[in-house]
Design a binder for this molecule. Structure first.
Ligand code: NAD
Length: 494
């Protein structure tokens, strides 16, 4: 903690303040915002204020773009091997510091420590995978059909990137962008969510320790994301916007980026169907449903949002899920025994409550949970609803909480139509022992990602992303690096 951070904390009457670096991180320096204002960070498990971070202004944003521009030439011309070694060091340091980082995530985000540990392992893998990929970026070479020239295609770093991330995976959503951007040779400005800035700053300190040169990664927090982002996109040196967050904000940012023809990658909201056919392995489907629904207490874009279970297995599945959900330990994120932590804000709890009330009013039956928990912290209990009708709001909106709405279906054709009846298309889950049916249904579901007999599909080596209103572009694997490169075609006379 630096002295000015402490002064800011004292000004805001914050008694408990954690000893980590958290100023704006610009050009390798930690600093306060230009106007000295701060943002309070709340522990959602207790509602206590745990820290304050600077609230960046337009002036700070301009300084961050300047720093990224100053570092750009050195980074893009550094040998791929050296860049790779620095990325590898980021992976090693994240692994070494995993317990402290997981505790920080559990504290500021509220997710259960076991989920936070899983997130850190996942987040670190983006550095390992991209360290390996950084030395394997290749081009293309061919002959023009006319025979008059060679076609040489080189892949170059796209330029300065603005990266915007949500609060639900404060480490992984950042490293999923930073690691491939750096592997491609780009410099970046990260704007993390105001709810979870401490993880982003702890990682900035880690990048510094790993040898990432000043200005290659810059991090700023702000309560004015619209104007700050608009100002950065208006700077002609910025060539890329990579955003993860809600579809509504994504749409607004696409319109902003269009003014300056800035390349965009968009990882947006989801409404994942979880489909269980009669022939599925029931225990495996229940285990998978618990992961797909309850990782991060349901606060995940890939979370199972609608569970469709074929009539022959419906009763057994509803009973099995109710048993598993009602036995989960609800508690503070940092408590090692917690299996379901609090939601991020009171507003999030209120939204979940409204969706449950709406579903019940339309005929859904509560099997467990179903009402807000009293006391401090933003808690909603693990909830199972059965017989949820298709016109319930939660069938069309992201619940983003620990609520599993189940309804039954009869035929494959029917469930495909119901699964596709959404503006989203991010993730879907299918359970069946019939591989041919699994592949047939997977082909007809309008979704960027399918988990077949699995409750989890996220993998740093695979293309993560959605179709329809769930986004544009992919993160992870070779696709993830490609988002940060431009093809340059050179016609060579022969
Ligand atoms: P959000 O859209 O409210 O915020 C995301 C980020 O955008 C935050 O950093 C926020 O400060 C910033 N932001 C908000 N308004 C902005 C503006 N006008 N200009 C620039 N930046 C702005 O989303 P959230 O509530 O933080 O996250 C939850 C959403 O994220 C859910 O919809 C979830 O599905 C989605 N999500 C998607 C993925 C994916 O990979 N597709 C992953 C995680 C979360």
């Amino acid at each position: 903690m630096n002295t000015s951070s402490q002064a800011l904390a004292d000004d805001q009457g914050i008694s408990e303040f954690h000893t980590i670096s958290h100023g704006l991180y610009i050009g390798g320096q930690w600093r306060q915002s230009a106007d000295g204002r701060g943002i309070r960070v709340i522990d959602p498990s207790t509602e206590a204020i745990i820290a304050a971070v600077p609230d960046a202004t337009l002036e700070d944003a301009a300084a961050a773009v300047d720093a990224a521009a100053k570092a750009a030439h050195g980074w893009r011309t550094m040998s791929p091997r050296r860049r790779s070694e620095i990325l590898r060091r980021c992976f090693e340091l994240m692994t070494e510091r995993s317990e402290a980082l997981a505790t920080l995530i559990a504290l500021e985000n509220g997710k259960a420590l076991r989920d936070a540990r899983g997130e850190i392992a996942y987040a670190a893998e983006f550095f390992r995978w991209n360290a390996e990929a950084a030395v394997r970026i290749t081009g293309e070479f061919g002959t023009a059909p006319s025979g008059t020239n060679r076609i040489v295609v080189d892949y170059e770093p796209i330029g300065i990137c603005v990266l915007i991330t949500p609060w639900n995976f404060p480490a992984a959503m950042a490293t999923r962008k930073i690691a491939p951007a750096l592997a491609a040779g780009c410099t970046v400005i990260l704007k993390p969510a105001s709810e979870t800035p401490l993880t982003a700053y702890a990682l900035a300190a880690l990048y510094q320790d790993a040898g990432v040169p000043p200005g290659v990664v810059n991090v700023l927090t702000t309560t004015s994301p619209g104007p700050v982002t608009a100002a950065m996109l208006a700077d002609p040196r910025v060539r890329k916007l990579s955003f993860t967050g809600s579809t509504g904000v994504g749409r607004a940012l696409l319109a902003e980026a269009a003014k300056h023809v800035v390349s965009c990658s968009m990882e947006l909201g989801g409404n994942a169907p979880f489909i269980v056919f009669d022939d599925a392995d029931l225990e495996a489907a229940l285990d998978g449903a618990m992961v797909a629904k309850m990782r991060n207490a349901g606060e995940a874009c890939t979370a199972a949002n609608r569970l469709y279970v074929q009539s022959g297995i419906y009763e057994a599945f509803c009973d099995g899920l109710e048993k598993r959900m009602s036995s989960l330990m609800v508690g503070a994120g940092t408590d090692p025994d917690t299996e379901c932590g609090p939601m991020i804000t009171r507003k999030a709890v209120e939204k979940i409550d409204r969706l449950v009330t709406d579903a019940v009013a339309r005929g859904a039956r509560i099997m467990c949970g179903g009402s807000v928990l009293s006391g401090g912290g933003f808690f909603y209990p693990p909830t199972v609803l059965r017989d949820v009708p298709g016109d319930a709001r939660m069938a069309h909106e992201e619940i983003f909480g620990p609520v599993a709405p189940i309804s039954s279906f009869e035929t494959e054709v029917e469930v495909i139509a119901r699964a596709n009846d959404t503006e989203y298309g991010l993730a879907a889950y299918i359970y069946t022992r019939d591989l041919a049916r699994g592949m047939r249904v997977a082909a007809r579901i309008e979704s960027g990602m399918i988990a077949l007999n699995r409750g989890l599909m996220s993998d740093p080596a695979a293309p993560f992303g959605g179709v329809k209103q769930s986004g544009l572009g992919r993160e992870g694997g070779q696709h993830g690096i490609s988002e940060f490169m431009e093809a340059k075609y050179i016609a060579v006379t022969i």
